[in-house]
Design a protein around this ligand. Structure first.
Ligand SMILES: Cc1ncc(COP(=O)(O)O)c(C=O)c1O
Length: 300
């Protein structure tokens, strides 16, 4: 079965889907998106992802023309047609096709374009990361707030490329104040003096769904957490570090700037936390996400 996608309500193989050359997402990165993973045919943490999509739309002055139930039904139909089981879902909304290749919103007369890509989920949960703290800064909140999950990802594309050129697998970027922000597509947690610290939203980061879940979940595992500004020297004295994201869950950091941490493997706490997080996901799917998703998809 080829990878499928749902383009404006029509299910087509990914290789046959076509975006018009005047689409503003293609021309200007004038789009927003979410990456969701499913357990079987049900997305995990869908309410959080939908809520963030709505915020991203508001932040870029994009009027969403379809409601949550319509999009849920499209995704459910595409997942059913693909039949992959655990899946990766990328939901993209562009500002649609303009009348001309002109950035002015006055030319953005077309309806938004809705694309949902569905692929088998590659196993990334708990994937370790080798981090490099790179010179490139995270884009400033006042320029283009990283809290908006827009299709304009060049800051991360280049950050990741630079980290890879240094032999790492991911980057950490600081902001203009020298405070650490996040990795290319993950949030950062650093254990300092027995407390899991993660940069606050005002450092200029994406409000990660996994990050928010972990801020509530870690204390239930007996761990202390804090949102706190972090600087380079904090990385050097960290007891353990991990990256969080929808695809990675909790991914241990095993190297920093080419130096192996705790023998080059995961730190002692991270593996236990990951196992507990998997239990939490399974329980939330059973008790909450599964019933809610099915209710949403059957809404008239
Ligand atoms: C820049 C950035 N930070 C953090 C994350 C993690 O967010 P989430 O946990 O919602 O997947 C992502 C995910 O794509 C991201 O792109």
């Amino acid at each position: 079965m080829p990878n499928l996608c749902n383009l404006d309500g029509v299910i087509v193989p990914e290789s046959e889907a076509r975006i018009p050359v005047l689409d503003r997402g293609f021309l200007f990165g004038d789009s927003i998106y979410e990456v969701v993973r499913t357990v079987g045919d049900v997305p995990f943490a869908w309410p959080e992802h939908w809520a963030r999509l709505v915020l991203s739309a508001r932040a870029i002055r994009l009027q969403l023309d379809l409601d949550e139930a319509t999009i849920a039904r499209r995704i459910a139909a595409t997942l059913a047609a693909a039949g992959h089981g655990d899946s990766y879902v990328r939901l993209v909304v562009t500002r649609g096709s303009g009348e001309a290749p002109n950035i002015d919103l006055a030319y953005a007369t077309g309806a938004p374009c809705w694309l949902a890509m569905v692929r088998p989920l590659s196993p990334m949960s708990g994937k370790p990361a080798k981090l490099a703290l790179i010179d490139r800064l995270r884009v400033d909140r006042k320029a283009l707030d990283p809290a908006t999950k827009s299709g304009n990802y060049l800051n991360s594309v280049l950050g990741l490329a630079e980290a890879k050129a240094l032999g790492a697998t991911d980057c950490v970027m600081a902001n203009h104040d020298g405070h650490l922000t996040e990795a290319s597509t993950s949030n950062l947690f650093v254990r300092l003096d027995g407390v899991w610290c993660t940069p606050p939203l005002d450092a200029g980061i994406l409000a990660g769904v996994t990050r928010a879940l972990l801020l509530a979940f870690l204390p239930r595992c007996g761990e202390r957490v804090a949102e706190r500004h972090l600087v380079r020297s904090d990385l050097l004295r960290a007891e353990e570090m991990f990256l969080s994201s929808t695809l990675r869950d909790i991914g241990p950091v095993t190297h920093l700037d080419g130096r192996a941490l705790h023998g080059g493997g995961p730190g002692p706490r991270v593996e236990a936390l990951l196992a507990k997080f998997h239990e939490f996901v399974a329980q939330r799917m059973r008790d909450h996400d599964g019933p809610r998703w099915r209710g949403l998809c059957s809404r008239a």
